[in-house]
Design a protein around this ligand. Sequence first.
Ligand SMILES: [Zn+2]
Length: 344
Amino acid sequence: MSKRGKLKFILIVSLIVLVIVFLSRCNEQPIENIQLILKPTAPQISLYPYIDEEVTLRVAISNDSIEEMALEEYLIGVVAAEMPVSFEMEALKAQAVAARTFTLRHIPAFSGTPCSSRADICTNSSCCQAWRSESDMKKNWGDSYDDNAARIENAVAATTGMVITYEGELIEALYHSSSGGFTEYAQNVFAHAKPYLVGVSSPDTDYEKSYTFTIDELTEKLNNAFKGASITSLKTDLAILSRYESGRVESVRIGKKIVSGRELRQALNLSSAAFSYRYDGKNIIITTKGFGHGVGMSQYGANAFAENGYTYDEILKHYYKGVSLIDLNTLFDAVNVSNNFFVP
Ligand SMILES: [Zn+2]
């Protein structure tokens, strides 16, 4: 081969090598880029967070701090804050499933309503549900941290992806501390009925609390809380008019006003609306049964069931009538993208 021929040959070979290298680089395109290409043709709601089981959410830790967290990681903090770690494992699992379902109802992609425009959910128990950070757990549990954290993690991991549905939709998995023996119909507390949030018996009758006020003190408190009530003599101006089947107070006459048991509970910061009262000289003693609104799962009831050998799914099906337990992950395979959760 001539010198020129050799040069030509080297040039052609180099060109071929360059083309091969270029083509092979194209195939190594990062996954993110592939997703970007696919995005315009994807459905309106991004499927990304569920297909790989990593549902992430924005959690408002305080007013100015928003943290993005994986759902299952967030749930460990919820179970730790919402239930005593000493509770039975099946009760902790029931709590994990209820909390998971409750949380997803706050995520727009699951047709949920977020807590605010900035966060899907917050850590205020009177708004969303309580949550404890790892450092708080360490502070609270001290030397028992490892054992306690392992219990909570087990409860969450053993139920990974498990959610509660009614007729194919995620339920509003409301829960409360203690029912006092009977849970409450949703419409008696929250103004809207749900077929699965009905009153059921509950094996937690122990929690009672007493509040002592002088008659003058309570008269003043009620007159301040309910403008226009104009109580003059508490003994004749205060009367329970009706109770729900559960024993919670439905309506109370306070002077010239009729208010709900729930409103009275709120005004006096009582543990529950299942209250009664008696007079003792110059005092009035109000006694409440249970703790919380009474709707959905009772946490102490769940523990009592677990102590008697009930499993977490049996417990959940007792407190939420007619529901099914399903694995969220099975819903999000490619075949099943047209299920109820994706209807905008
Ligand atoms: Zn909230």
